[in-house]
Design a protein around this ligand. Structure first.
Ligand code: SF4
Length: 221
């Protein structure tokens, strides 16, 4: 397997049809394993930290699916995990775009602004859904110590700058997890550039004990 195909083994899930992952669009969802954060409230914890537990969906099968189903879809959502951590994500997106000819939305925790900018400049993603998890000082707790407050601030501020120049390509969302209060939500909303609003998502507890997340994350290879 060449280097260029390395990231394809991160494809660990495919939802053929979703009416809610891309507001206003009928899309399929492609799930990419691996994440740089360890949020105790993560819903996709196996995908994020133990993708080896989930079967690979082959590059061929993804191609076949997209060729057969693209005409019934408005777009494709790429989610994770954190897609920006996947090796060769640019080449993967390019192939998905070329095969499907569909608009692509990518979910991201916003911690890799350079990758987001590169993908955007190449016209590979039409919409980024970026998590603003809460006030910067709560990022260490929100992310299972995956990122410091300073890094979260620096990365998100870079993403906000990119969004200011490409307002149609971004929206921002926050899940109101239990450690956030109403003032925290307003603080996070206040980070956004003018003209953007924060989509608030209701928190649904994951089907596991959040206290186990830190342990699980610490055992992630
Ligand atoms: S950023 Fe957090 S919630 Fe999102 S996949 Fe990674 S660990 Fe899970």
């Amino acid at each position: 397997m060449s280097n260029k195909s390395a990231g394809w083994d991160h494809v660990r899930g495919l939802e053929p049809l979703s009416l809610c992952d891309w507001p206003g669009k009928t899309c399929c969802v492609i799930f990419l394993g691996g994440c740089n954060l360890y949020c105790p409230t993560c819903h996709n914890f196996d995908l994020a930290w133990h993708m080896e537990k989930l079967p690979v969906i082959s590059r061929n099968d993804i191609g076949k699916f997209l060729r057969n189903r693209a005409k019934w879809l408005d777009g494709i959502t790429i989610t994770g995990g954190e897609p920006a951590t996947v090796p060769n994500i640019v080449e993967i997106l390019l192939e998905i775009k070329n095969v499907s000819k569909l608009p692509i939305k990518m979910d991201s925790n916003g911690m890799f602004p350079e990758i987001i900018e590169n993908i955007l400049e190449q016209g590979l993603v039409d919409k980024f859904a970026i998590d603003v998890k809460g006030p910067y000082e709560k990022y260490p707790a929100l992310s299972g110590q995956g990122v410091t407050a300073e890094s979260a601030k620096k990365n998100l501020e870079s993403v906000f700058e990119i969004a200011k120049c490409n307002p149609d390509a971004f929206y921002f969302r926050l899940t109101k997890v239990p450690i956030l209060n109403d003032a925290d939500v307003e603080t996070a909303r206040g980070y956004l550039p003018d003209g953007f609003d924060l989509t608030i998502q209701t928190y649904v507890p994951p089907r596991r004990d959040p206290a186990l997340a830190v342990h699980d994350a610490s055992t992630t290879g």
